[in-house]
Design a binder for this molecule. Sequence first.
Ligand SMILES: *Cc1c(COP(=O)(O)O)cnc(C)c1O
Length: 390
Amino acid sequence: MKNKQSKIIREQFSRSASREHSVPLYLTSSFIFDSAEQGRAIFADEEEGMVYSRYANPNTSEFIDRVCTMEDAETGLSFASGMAAVFASFASFIENGDHIVSSRAIFGSTHQLLTQLFPRWGVSHTYVDTANIDEWENAIQANTKIVFLESPSNPGLELYDLESLGRLKKKYPHIIFAIDNCFATPYLQQPIKFGFDLSIHSATKFMDGQGRVLGGVVVGKKDLLDKIMFFIRHTGPALSPFNAWVISKSLETLGLRMDRHCSNALALAIELEKNEEVVQVKYPFLPSHPQYELAKKQMKAGGGIVTFEIKGGQERAFRFIDALKMIKYTSNLGDSRTIATHPGSTTHSKLTAEQREALGIKPGTIRLSVGLEDQEDIINDIKQALEQTK
Ligand SMILES: *Cc1c(COP(=O)(O)O)cnc(C)c1O
């Protein structure tokens, strides 16, 4: 198959003797050896074969293979959640005395790892605020082990220049360059092409895409993934075969769904920008986004998240959320159903007002994860809630 999309749909764990069309669910904790000799050979890494579902399972393998195809990655590993994937990507490599360079605007739990957990292990970090590549280079120290970022960021939708970061990687080949690629998805952005070592995802979001199961995945360079495999084998953050089966099937429609998430999100962003009750709208593919050109260069489309600031601060933001009829308030994103959240009072409530300001989170900031409903229904629900709360 020439085309990537066809390959993703057709990539399947080898058929069983039952000749099934769609992949079955392999609920088995372990796998039998045909002989004592085969058991020895598999344990000695002389022969490939599954052993135990903490290491690998047909359903998790198929899921990983599909993500590797999407990202043009050598290999990958799956995890019980996005945070398990993020944590393993750090914990497999860091040692006492190491240093991490990270973008400041990162997922809340990742921020907790860097600021609360890793300092206990003697690992420090420096946050970088800007896409300016000189500032990234200035943050690198002799003991820097990992450069980490999210692009686009949550919820500010700021971008980092992946091509420049890829060049920086070439200059510092001993440093691991890792990206949490969850907001963009492998369909819209492939960081490995730019030279990144590891691309990390919460599969809970757009990959599952229907708000059902948790999962995580890391793809990238084989020598690094081998080290993460050691960590997984002996710490056990394995993805359940059931969740892998659900997410792998969902990947067949990821591209289709992302096209619709993105067209709905862009239409909504344009509509919001025209509305007088709105102070500012952030969406990477809006020409008014300060990094519009960069977005077009490194992303296929703008993604499914739109952030805007409502006039009237937190009080109005709360009334707006309560006035929504179809759209619900829940702390997930990347669902087929549109979701509204107020980051200032939830995911980012533990930060100081100045820290929130630095991440572009105002009291009136609302984050929308734009779903797959009819564009008109999404826009109408938001417009009526803006109108009603004037
Ligand atoms: C949700 C999310 C995570 C964590 O994923 P879980 O599956 O909830 O553990 C990490 N990074 C980003 C950017 C996310 O949106």
